[in-house]
Every structure is written in C-alpha cells, then in structure tokens.
Design a protein around this ligand. Structure first.
Ligand code: ZN
Length: 218
C-alpha cells in the first residue's frame, strides 16, 4: 500500500523536554472557573464543555489579525502520552470574542472564533510530577498581572477532564489538554508583552514571553 503523507511536513510542533513533537489536536474546555463563568454571564454547565483546536491552530508565537477583536485566555495545559498527563505548559486560547458571541447567540459551533490558525499559543512543555493541586498560573501583560488561577479553583480537575474526554475521543501521544481560563480575559493589542508563568507550589517551573505581532504580511 502506498501512503501519501505529504501533509506531515506541514504539521505544527510543540516543544516537550527540549524535543519537537507533533500534537494531532488540542482538546479544550470552556467554563471551568466560576469567576470566568460570572464575567462572561454564562450558565454553569452540567458537564464539561469541550471543543477542539486542530494541529493547524498550534503556534509558538503570538500573532493576531489587528482588524479582529481577539482576546487572550491563559490556561494550564497538559501534554499527553500513553493516555496520561505527563507534561505541563502555559497556553493562550486566542478567541475572536465578537464572532464567538454571534455564534453562541445562534447556537452554532465555535470554530470560526476558536479554531483559526495560530489560536493555540504554547510555551514549551516540561515534565509534570503529578501534583495537580499544587499547579497555578499567572499571566502578566506589559508588567501587570491580569490573570491568575489554580487547579484548586477548577470546577473539573485535569484528571477528570482527561477521563471524561476519553469517553468519546482518543488522545494520541503529544496531544494537548487545555483546562479553561480563570477570570481576567481581555483584548490582545499589537506590541503587548505577555509573560506566562506556571508555578508548582512555591516553585516557578516555567515562564514564557511573547510580544503580540501582526499575522498579516507587511
Ligand atoms: Zn479557553
């Protein structure tokens, strides 16, 4: 049998343990922190609200279309191998908020607002030691702390999300689980400096810096 794997050379990559890896997809969850549900005026879901970003959404840089209202959502992210959460990283779930509001109002799927190219921005991933409840994140924009959240505040914890998602989909090695955003979401502006941090108890385990730039050719 001849297989055409020409698509493989265009797959987006992440860094885990200093190696480049290819996630087939990113599985995301909405409405997982109470204060974010309140700031969006959303209802508390009866079960986790999952959506997916394809490999083509994955990016290591923060590029935005300046003509769109794009918001950041800082999220604790986990890299999966052998159906286990083995790595942790910092991610930005970029969202075209106006588009999402229109789609939501019509009861339509969110792909136009959530799954566009470059909408899943990731730090490198580091080994995860299994202490979920110790993990927290901070997002600073231009030196100001705008989002902070921890696993203890999540409505659905990472291991439960993994288990729930596996009821209806399979995770391939190097796929990513994003665990929702705490309150404090807002617009991304060109030139903004983003610093994302992941802490485990009192230890800073990773920090990533991005400067928001235009996705359009100059
Ligand atoms: Zn999100």
């Amino acid at each position: 049998m001849i297989m055409d794997l020409g698509w493989a050379q265009n797959m987006k990559m992440l860094t885990f343990l200093n190696s480049s890896v290819v996630p087939s997809k990113v599985v995301c969850v909405g409405r997982n922190y109470m204060k974010h549900i309140e700031e969006m005026g959303s209802a508390v879901p009866e079960q986790p609200v999952f959506f997916i970003k394809p490999n083509s959404a994955v990016s290591n840089s923060l590029l935005i279309d300046p003509e769109q209202n794009i918001e950041y959502e800082a999220e604790l992210c986990f890299l999966i191998r052998a159906k286990q959460l083995v790595g942790v990283g910092f991610g930005l779930d970029l969202t075209k908020r106006g588009v999402q509001a229109e789609l939501k109002a019509k009861g339509l799927p969110w792909e136009r607002a959530k799954a566009f190219d470059g909408s899943a921005v990731f730090s490198e991933f580091v080994a995860f030691d299994g202490e979920f409840e110790a993990l927290s994140l901070n997002l600073f924009i231009n030196g100001k702390l705008v989002q902070k959240g921890s696993v203890t505040e999540m409505l659905n914890k990472p291991a439960a999300l993994l288990k729930d998602a596996q009821q209806f989909l399979s995770f391939e090695d190097n796929d990513v689980l994003m665990t929702g955003t705490p309150s404090g979401v807002g617009a991304v502006s060109l030139g903004d400096q983003f610093i994302g941090q992941v802490w485990s108890a009192g230890d800073l385990i990773l920090e990533a810096t991005w400067q928001a730039a235009s996705s359009k050719p100059i």
